[in-house]
Design a protein around this ligand. Structure first.
Ligand code: RNT
Ligand code: ZN
Length: 422
């Protein structure tokens, strides 16, 4: 371990101790915040079902950086590379289109746990939990942008069966890894133009969801979450699965609510929603993302928004009930580098939140709002980077920007040699 890293940490430790913060305890607590690493950053949400198809469903990965993963083996290698550059043990979040059925053609309503056996082995070997998602896009039966609200009963039934199959897969993942799998339902359904009837699609969505969730599973294996959205490309005017819709559904039906930080009006604070909904819900799934002007799914960086989200979770003591997933897909930079930046930045936000002194809460309780404001302001320039560096050193991952050279070397020796890569 570089001596100056440790020396800087010792000074930081004393500075935080003066505020009553025990940095050693904080470093232990960091392990209580596993991130659910989304596999889909590795290949621009293409999956392995029919990789020639274009991504649809109103989401879009832009950029043509060379070397994206094209096979399950390549994607697993890239995930491993990223995991070696990020401190802590994390979870693996898969989408149904990432099936690995050994060359067989399997349609979405026919999925079985065995089609994900290689992924389950991969996660188990690394001590990772798993999360899962049905894929309601990039499929001929979703070509008009409608799935669970489709007016055609047959098509609706197909997607209900898909979601049911995914719950079975998720439960198997949870059983195999010994930690509940969060199976997150997000559908792209919506209308480009103003609908005349907003009621029927919502009733249909609710009825479809009831069928999806009809079977009950052991919550030690499977937890269900539902994800809302404001709008998508091609569903600008109406999305039946809005925030109010799913918040109501989750509360009435004991589901987890998934809050994607890109799915709200740009000035809305997702952090503020945490303590409001946690009064009524068993748990939350998060999709930490960074929208730039819109739901653009940029790589997460250490912004005020992400820090506020981490603070909401830490201050509320919600770490056991909030599942921290990531959701971004940037094809304009090295895809492994994108994971590393997004994961390290999210973790840094949690470290920042954990380093908060108790006296901040105390000041507020005492009505000393001057001290509250002054403390919050001072904390912004406390030496938290030194604590982060020490954490990375202890976890045997690169410090500072050292990981960039490793990603460059990997890009040259592995990613650039892939089919179609420049
Ligand atoms: C889309 C949703 C959804 C997807 C992933 C791929 O707007 O955020 O979570 O990004 O399922
Ligand atoms: Zn999302």
């Amino acid at each position: 371990m570089a001596k100056h890293i440790h020396d800087a940490y010792e000074i930081a430790r004393e500075r935080y101790a003066e505020l009553g913060v025990d940095t050693e305890k904080v470093l232990q607590k960091m392990e209580r915040f596993p991130l659910s690493m989304h596999c889909w950053q590795g290949d621009d949400v293409c999956g392995f079902e029919n990789p020639a198809d274009e991504l649809d469903g109103g989401i879009q990965a832009t950029g043509n950086y060379p070397g994206k993963a094209r096979t399950p083996e390549q994607l697993r290698a890239d995930i491993d590379k990223a995991l070696h550059l990020v401190p802590g043990t994390h979870r693996l979040n898969l989408h149904a289109i990432y099936l690995d059925p050994g060359g067989k053609r399997v349609d979405r309503n026919e999925l079985e746990p065995e089609h994900f056996a290689a992924w389950i082995d991969f996660a188990r070997e690394r001590g990772m939990g798993m999360d899962f998602n049905p894929t309601f896009f990039s499929h001929p039966k979703a070509s008009d942008g409608l799935t669970l609200i489709h007016p055609d009963k047959g098509i609706r039934q197909f997607w209900i069966e898909h979601a049911q199959a995914c719950r079975k897969v998720g439960a198997a993942m949870g059983e195999a890894t010994g930690t509940p799998c969060v199976n997150n339902v997000w559908v792209p359904d919506g209308y480009k133009d103003t609908p005349a009837d907003r009621k029927t699609p919502r009733e249909r969505l609710a009825a479809s969801l009831d069928e999806v969730f009809a079977e009950s599973y052991d919550p030690n294996y499977l937890l269900d979450s539902v994800e809302s959205k404001l709008f998508g490309i091609g569903s600008e005017s109406f999305v039946p699965g809005s925030h109010e819709f799913y918040m109501g559904y989750a509360m009435r039906n004991d589901k987890l609510l998934c809050l994607d930080t890109g799915h709200f009006h740009p000035t809305e604070s997702v952090a503020d929603k945490v303590s409001a909904v946690m009064l009524w819900l068993d748990g939350l799934m998060l999709h930490v993302s960074r929208g730039v002007r819109w739901d653009s799914d940029h790589v997460v960086t250490l912004t005020d928004d992400v820090i506020a989200l981490a603070q909401a979770i830490v201050r509320g003591g919600y770490e056991e009930r909030v599942h921290i997933g990531l959701d971004f897909f940037d094809a304009s930079i090295n895809r492994v580098g994108a994971w590393v930046v997004g994961m390290r930045s999210t973790l840094r936000a949690f470290l920042y939140a954990l380093l908060e002194p108790e006296q901040l809460q105390q000041a507020e309780k005492n009505g000393d709002l001057t001290r509250r404001l002054a403390l919050m302001e001072e904390l912004k320039s406390m030496p938290f980077q030194a604590v982060w560096d020490e954490y990375c050193a202890r976890q045997n991952v690169p410090i500072g920007t050292d990981w960039i050279e490793e990603v460059k070397a990997y890009e040259n020796s592995v990613q650039k040699k892939r089919d179609g890569a420049g």
